[in-house]
Design a protein around this ligand. Structure first.
Ligand code: NDP
Ligand code: 2IT
Length: 463
């Protein structure tokens, strides 16, 4: 990356080595001036595509970059719901249907107070390339709401989810757009949303993924993102460093779905996970995280990570979430949220000996952090490759729903592992073909793009 410069208004401007790419970026920046996360995601992808654009003139001729950076559809809606005291609340709901060239729109629903159009667009844009990398037929989309699930009762969550789905149902469908979980949306929320979809549409179809096992969910979907992250990381370590998780110290941020199952698999592969976090602070357990304690706190009680030290007094709790990156480790798996590692945190990681970063969260590293990894020669697996196991297994859930059949845990897990190893090799091979051997960020962007671009070219332009 040539650098992300802040201009006087605080908006990012970027310099590219290709005029067409520069024009597209400038136009996206001018049209979306208040969307910093979206521009960050677009800038990174466009930078990687410079050699692809130079090799394939049909991309410019057919305005592929202009088209791929503009959502096919962006829906914003009002979500009104009632709390347990009878108070009426209004939240904002979103679904961005970004690209359907290779399959129905597919991507999660984020419920978090920070949600806005910029965040949903960056996530939807990333999802296009991630879903393409899975090799499965899924387009890119994302949705969510600025609703804050923290501190809400079960019935409040249910009423919110029902109201959200009352509007969303008219825009989605098993062959149109298939939402799933993301931050704040897990099995409970998917259940309430699915119930409402079925009530309104009288259809039992695979319109959502992440469903419960007794009503169409796939075995291993809960574990998939965290497990997949470790499968890809293990393959990267093996192929690029003749190494493995065995004996390595691992730091994982977050303590939600991705972090928990990344901890489980990293431990199974011989690593020692010594830290987890939430948005308030982090725990450090030099003896290795006891995952049964974490699961009881997070999955059973919906508690906070600081409660870990009540059960494991030898561990320590520290306020503030960015301090987790000061813990010395060999491998870092950021699995909480976007931009959680900045340049300064990346410098500390590297100084303390971290040689491998693989992203469980979406866009957890700032451009400055990525530059630090690249300069230090850190093995770096970008989110759209490393966390694709969740959506890949969602696509396997869609497949099982279409067949009205289900595979065993072992069958789904084996397919997931094969897909994640395949993604590593696709990224590596693309990086080599385009003169950036070993740069998996460039490789992921290029390999993900090429399949979608090919489909867009084949499907023509509607006049
Ligand atoms: P969860 O809601 O299960 O957990 C999110 C975790 O991240 C919590 O520990 C939460 O802490 C922490 N977190 C959220 N926002 C912030 C913030 N602003 N600052 C610090 N910590 C924060 O979500 P998931 O585990 O599902 O998602 C984690 C990441 O993985 C997200 O980036 C998501 O997009 C990505 N992802 C998820 C997939 C999936 O299948 N679930 C698939 C691919 C990517 P707190 O409780 O304090 O909010
Ligand atoms: O970011 C992601 O890939 C997800 N939240 C999972 C999406 C999905 O459709 O399973």
């Amino acid at each position: 990356m040539q650098g992300c410069i802040r201009n006087r208004k605080g908006k990012p401007s970027m310099k590219f080595k290709n005029d067409y790419v520069q024009r597209v970026y400038d136009s996206v920046a001018a049209r979306n001036p208040n969307e910093p996360e979206f521009l960050q995601a677009v800038g990174e992808v466009l930078e990687s595509l410079v050699p692809v654009v130079e090799k394939n003139p049909s991309i410019e001729k057919n305005a592929i970059l202009e088209r791929i950076t503009e959502p096919e559809r962006a829906i914003q809606f009002r979500v009104t719901w009632m709390d347990d005291q009878g108070g009426v609340h209004v939240n904002r709901g979103y679904r961005v249907q970004f690209n359907s060239a290779i399959g129905p729109y597919k991507g999660g629903l984020r419920l978090h107070p920070s949600v806005n159009l910029s965040i949903i667009k960056f996530l939807g844009f990333e999802q296009i390339f991630k879903n393409s990398l899975t090799t499965l037929p899924i387009g890119g989309g994302k949705g969510g709401s600025d609703f804050d699930p923290k501190g809400k009762s079960d019935t409040e969550i249910m009423r919110f989810c029902q109201s959200f789905m009352t509007e969303l149902q008219r825009h989605i469908g098993a062959d149109t757009d298939v939402p799933a979980g993301d931050i704040g949306t897990g099995a409970r929320e998917i259940g309430y949303m699915y119930g409402q979809y079925k009530r309104l549409r009288n259809e039992f179809t695979g319109v959502l993924t992440g469903k419960g096992l007794s009503w169409g969910g796939s075995l291993a979907r809960t574990e998939a993102t965290g497990y997949g992250l470790c499968y890809l990381t293990a393959e990267m370590l093996r192929c690029m460093k003749n190494d493995s998780f065995a004996g390595k110290t691992v730091v994982i941020s977050g303590s939600g779905n991705v972090a928990i199952y990344a901890t489980e698999k990293a431990t199974e592969l011989g690593g020692k996970v010594v830290a987890l976090s939430d948005s308030n602070g982090y725990i450090h357990d030099p003896d290795g995280i006891k995952l049964d304690v974490v699961k009881e706190i997070k999955e059973v009680r919906r508690g906070r990570i600081k409660e870990y030290v009540d059960a494991v007094p030898t561990a320590t709790y520290h306020e503030g979430c960015s301090g987790i990156w000061t813990i010395p480790c060999d491998i870092a798996l950021p699995s909480a949220t976007q931009n959680e590692i900045d340049g300064a945190s990346a410098e500390i990681l590297v100084k303390n000996g971290c040689f491998c970063v693989a992203e469980g969260a979406n866009m957890p590293s700032t451009p400055e952090a990525i530059a630090v990894y690249q300069k230090a020669g850190v093995l770096y697996a970008p989110a759209k490759a490393a966390n694709a196991g969740g959506v890949a297994t969602s696509a396997l859930e869609m497949c099982q729903n279409s067949m009205r059949y289900s595979w065993t845990f072992e069958e789904v897990d084996a397919k997931l592992k094969e897909i994640m190893e395949g993604i590593f090799h696709a990224c590596y091979d693309a990086s080599k073909e385009y003169g950036e051997e070993g740069d998996l960020m460039a490789g992921a962007n290029i390999a993900g793009f090429l399949k979608v671009c090919d489909a867009m070219l084949a499907q023509g332009v509607a006049y």
